[in-house]
Design a protein. Structure first.
Length: 265
């Protein structure tokens, strides 16, 4: 276990979350292997990708992602079984719903942006769908991480899938800042002096909690957004960004108490 793991586990409020993600990691490994065996790389030429990036358009349209409903549904139901131990009534209702003909396919379409209604889904349903879809996006995004144009991307949304960043990272040595996509895990460089949301400069401040320098919360006075930033001088990001996000929710509550908000992807 890394020092960062130990530190995050110290807070008793997060012990169950960490254990939950440990279980997800066990399920995710064979799921990722199965996806890699059937997913083809995105059919996007390097020239087209360069044109899109230079003009502020994400490389990949997630609505074009070729889903494999049987494989995705099996993983979704495995996740649901885990949730059922903690939320039995909600989980049973979801299980009944997704067994109806065509329902799971419609939910996938919503999660991929092909149909409206995702925002209206219950929180547990959204989490399960995101955890089912995000590995597909991660695998697709891995094929374009070496494009030089990514280093020149200046927008605050993901250059691959267009989702919002879930976290920021400060490099341990250079102190350069990168943003981490909450959907496909793509990382891209971003100015420490600009707001990722509204793009203005000169309005960024940050606060830490009880002297804990591992995480800071960056805030923008112009648009009242915030972003949690992890200082990798205290440990590299070696776990899913969502796990780090969920084990630092106290920072979100403090930011929101101060009148700031985080835009979802």
């Amino acid at each position: 276990m890394s020092q960062m793991d130990c530190d995050l586990a110290e807070n008793e409020a997060y012990v169950d979350i960490r254990a939950f993600f440990d279980q997800i990691a066990i399920l995710r490994e064979p799921y990722m292997r199965a996806l890699r065996s059937i997913l083809a790389p995105p059919a996007i030429s390097q020239d087209l990708a360069a044109i899109k990036l230079e003009n502020g358009f994400p490389i990949f349209d997630r609505r074009e992602l070729k889903a494999h409903p049987a494989l995705l549904k099996a993983y979704f139901l495995d996740l649901l079984t885990m949730v059922e131990a903690q939320k039995p009534h909600e989980a049973r209702a979801i299980r009944y719903r997704v067994t109806q003909e065509g329902c799971f396919e419609e939910l996938l379409a919503q999660a991929l942006g092909q149909a409206p209604g995702m925002a209206a889904q219950p929180e547990i349903m959204r989490f399960l769908l995101q955890e089912t879809i995000h590995p597909l996006l991660e695998i697709q995004a891995a094929g374009v991480h070496n494009l030089p144009e990514l280093k020149r991307w200046t927008w605050g949304y993901c250059p691959f899938c267009g989702d919002a960043p879930l976290l920021g990272l400060l490099d341990a040595e250079t102190r350069a800042k990168h943003l981490v996509c909450g959907a496909c895990a793509t990382r891209w460089p971003f100015s420490r002096h600009r707001c990722w949301d509204c793009g203005t400069t000169g309005n960024i401040a940050y606060f830490t909690v009880q002297g804990d320098q591992r995480f800071r919360v960056e805030t923008c006075a112009a648009c009242k957004s915030y972003l949690k930033v992890m200082d990798q001088g205290y440990g590299a990001l070696d776990k899913p960004a969502m796990q780090v996000h969920l084990t630092t929710l106290h920072l979100d509550m403090l930011a929101q108490d101060k009148g700031f908000a985080r835009r979802a992807g």
